[in-house]
Every structure is written in structure tokens, then in C-alpha cells.
Design a protein around this ligand. Sequence first.
Ligand code: NAD
Ligand code: ZN
Length: 349
Amino acid sequence: MLKITANTSKVYDILIGSNLIKDCGKYISEVVNPCKAMIVTDSNVGPLYADAVKEALCSAGFDVYIHTFEAGEKNKNIETVYNITLSLAENGFNRKDIVVALGGGVCGDMAGFASSIYMRGIRFIQVSTSILSDIDSSVGGKTGCDLPVGKNLIGAFHQPELVVIDTNVLTTLPKHFYNDGMGEAIKYGVIAPSDLMDKICDDIDIEQLIFECVDIKRKVVENDEKEQGERKLLNFGHTLGHAIEKYYNFDKYTHGEAVAIGMCMISDAAFANGYCDKTVGDKIRIACKRFSLPTECDAPIEELSKIALSDKKSTSSGIDFVLPRTVGKCEIVNIKKEDILPFLKKGIK
Ligand SMILES: NC(=O)c1ccc[n+]([C@@H]2O[C@H](COP(=O)([O-])OP(=O)(O)OC[C@H]3O[C@@H](n4cnc5c(N)ncnc54)[C@H](O)[C@@H]3O)[C@@H](O)[C@H]2O)c1
Ligand SMILES: [Zn+2]
């Protein structure tokens, strides 16, 4: 088992290894005294793993309940969050009790958010089951849900007590979502100095890959928990990625796919505007293709730039874009509103 300790406003461990679910009750009881535990899971993951988590928690002395919601981003809304809090209240949960998020990023974001608002905050544990949540969403404390007008518009920073990443459960993760998560792994390969990008393009030891990605995220989050500066690096490929998701009404491309296209587009623009050489975009494309991720789309750049400007991260002074200098080093550059379209257009052949 590999272990990383995150030193944020709360100090917590991230455990990575195979078959960890079987003993997760023991790991959880090392950070939380036995109490009531609400397993929050979705309709795909619950039937596969909720019983095993329940058994592990029961044998460690926890009084276990299960709340299951319908899987999918379309259910990442306030109604689902409300139902989680209602379930906690109806089962007599108080501030001493815990929530155990069992699932991917959708589950972790909502179970974490529900925990942050129920009784003004109760503790929660992440038992992560998708690549995306293993390497990204389960660590760092961003929780929330979508509004009909946009993604992740409500939420809170709420750090977990522990993150358990069981690599065995990835065997049941649909291939499509596996590849999707690898889009975020490629992002880490571009923003931080390491040989991650070569590893991604080579034979992957998944446990090691998750470890390296989480460790990059840990460092970034420790330096900038509330995203005032450095944490913005994690948005590489995301400004355009989010615009692409929105342009297609969240129907055509999943998050990782849209981010893959966004990373290629912004790297081409960075090259065309003299920030990096062409090999950066080339390398990203090779890595994306390895995981069947798209590298371009037919959305007009004028529309994408308009959507990006209406995003919650755009300010009156423009947008902070994450631009690659080389593979392994990026820079946050504020581009003024009026300069954004010409900047992006230059990257389009
Ligand atoms: N909080 C953050 O910092 C952060 C960072 C990145 C992304 N996110 C959020 O994460 C979400 C995407 O996460 P995701 O891709 O994990 O989505 P997800 O939770 O919807 O999981 C993807 C699909 O795989 C299924 N699944 C998950 N694990 C499985 C397993 N082991 N076996 C079988 N099926 C499994 C789920 O039921 C779902 O159908 C988005 O909502 C995004 O906004 C949050
Ligand atoms: Zn992302």
C-alpha cells in the first residue's frame, strides 16, 4: 500500500493499493472513532461495492446506513444533495457521525458537499472508485454540485478525513470512464516536472501512476488550498474544456474528453503565440490518442471564447489561462477579454 499525507487546513492520509475496500473499516477507525456511518453511493457502484464497505465498517464497530442515488452527472444537483442530508437527518446523524462517499467524482463531490452543510459540517471519508476521482476529485476538498445554468456553481471547500483508493475496483470501471480519467493524468504530466508523460505513453503501473498524480495535486493544494494562485494550474485545458462541454450541452463529450481537446487547443495557441514549441501539443496528442481521447472538435472558436468569457472563472480583467512552456512546466497568464479570441484563433490552422 502506498500512502500520501496531505498537509492542508486538515491533515489527512490518502491510501492507494489493491483490495483496500476489504479493510477500509480498519483504516477509517484509525482516524474516526466508531459511530454512525452513512455510505453515500450511486446506482452503479452501490450494487458492486456497498456491501463490502458496509461489512468492513460493521466489523470495525460502525453503525452503517446506505444512501444510493441515481448515477450520472445529470443527477449532480441540489435535489440529490438535499436527499442525502434528509437521509442523514431521518437516521439521526449528528456532528460526531460520518459520511463515506463510495464512488467517482460525482458521488464524492455531492457526498462531500452534503457533509459540509449538514449540521454546519460533519466529517467525511472518500472511498474513490474511478480514475478521475482517484487522481483528482477525491483529494483537495472541493465539493459541490451543478446548477441548471452551469457546472459546480455551488459548493464548499471541505477536506476529507481520509481518502481510500482501491485500484482493484478499476476492473469494473467502464473503459470509457477509464480513458476519461486518463485525460486528467495527461494534464498532470504537462503541469508538473516529472517523467509522468513518458510513463503515460509507456506501460503503466496504475498504482504508481495514481500515486504520482495525487502527489502533484497534494503539493499544489498544500500551497494554495483556496485557489488564489498556483491551484489554477490544475485548470490546464479546462477553460476551453468546460466551454466545449457546455457548447455541446454536456451531451457529446465527457469531462476528460473535453479537457483533452482543450489541452490540445490551448497548446496550439500557446505555440502560435510564442510560449512553447510545437512538440508540447504533439506530445499531448500522442498521449490522448493512446487512450482514445479526442484531440479536436468542430465547435467554432468564436463560440467557445464567448462561453469561456461567461464562465465563473472569468473576471472583468479577462481570463487566467494556463499556458504550457514545456511538457512539465506551465504558466498562469491573464489574457484580456478583447485579446482572447485573437490569441486562440492564431492556434487554429
Ligand atoms: N472536486 C474536484 O476537485 C473535482 C475535480 C475533477 C472533477 N470533479 C468532478 O468529478 C466528476 C466526474 O467524476 P467521474 O468521472 O468519476 O464521474 P462519475 O462519478 O459519474 O463516475 C463515472 C461513471 O462510472 C461509474 N463508476 C465509478 N466507479 C466505478 C467502478 N469502480 N465500477 C463501475 N462503475 C463505476 C459511475 O457510476 C458513473 O456511471 C464531475 O462532476 C467533475 O465536475 C471534481
Ligand atoms: Zn477536470
